[in-house]
Design a protein around this ligand. Structure first.
Ligand SMILES: CC(C)(COP(=O)(O)OP(=O)(O)OC[C@H]1O[C@@H](n2cnc3c(N)ncnc32)[C@H](O)[C@@H]1OP(=O)(O)O)[C@@H](O)C(=O)NCCC(=O)NCCS
Length: 149
């Protein structure tokens, strides 16, 4: 089941974050970061839950101005990967963009992640900017954008 997260989900989201992101290559969200995000009106944090309503994956979008949503993060616990969870969580970010009549989704990917670059190009995203030394290991990022209007 996919739903919007509440403050009660903060710890479960943090567990997913801790388990799924390698902090040598990604900036991880702290529990405090997640709790703060969950209180912001501009934040759309979705969770995909198991049968007892515990989050096993999440996606995070932030409405950054009147035109765009910034897709910040997506993670699904290993044992629930290759199910439909990641797709539903990601699609929900684009749906949020449509729902609020925004123009575009913006995201960053690591320059060394060629498979993800291909995936986003296939989904209609284009490289908008290059940002040097964006990640903890100093890898650069492609900032990509998809206009939905
Ligand atoms: C990224 C992650 C959520 C993918 O989960 P998964 O269940 O293995 O996903 P799959 O590879 O089976 O892909 C299923 C669908 O989910 C979507 N999807 C998967 N990864 C995606 C991503 N990074 N961005 C957008 N959509 C994605 C796609 O629609 C995909 O379908 P497709 O392969 O036909 O294009 C998971 O590997 C993970 O949690 N990794 C650790 C955290 C991380 O690196 N996140 C990405 C950087 S923010």
């Amino acid at each position: 089941m996919l739903r919007l997260a509440t403050v009660d989900d903060a710890k479960a989201i943090y567990e997913i974050e801790k388990t799924m992101f390698d902090d040598n290559i990604y900036h991880k969200l702290s529990l405090k970061n997640i709790e703060v995000l969950l209180k912001k009106k501009s934040v759309y944090l979705y969770v995909y839950c198991n049968e007892i309503n515990t989050p096993i994956g999440y996606s995070l979008g932030v409405v950054i101005n009147k035109k765009s949503i910034w897709f910040n993060s997506l993670a699904v616990l290993k044992e629930f990967q290759t199910t439909n969870a990641a797709k539903l969580l990601f699609d929900q970010i684009e749906s949020t963009c449509y729902h609020f009549n925004l123009n575009s989704v913006i995201l960053e990917i690591r320059k060394d992640n060629k498979a993800l670059l291909r995936r986003y190009k296939n989904l209609g995203y284009v490289i908008w900017k290059e940002i040097e030394r964006y990640y903890p290991d100093q890898c650069g990022a492609y900032r990509m954008i998809k206009c939905l209007k």
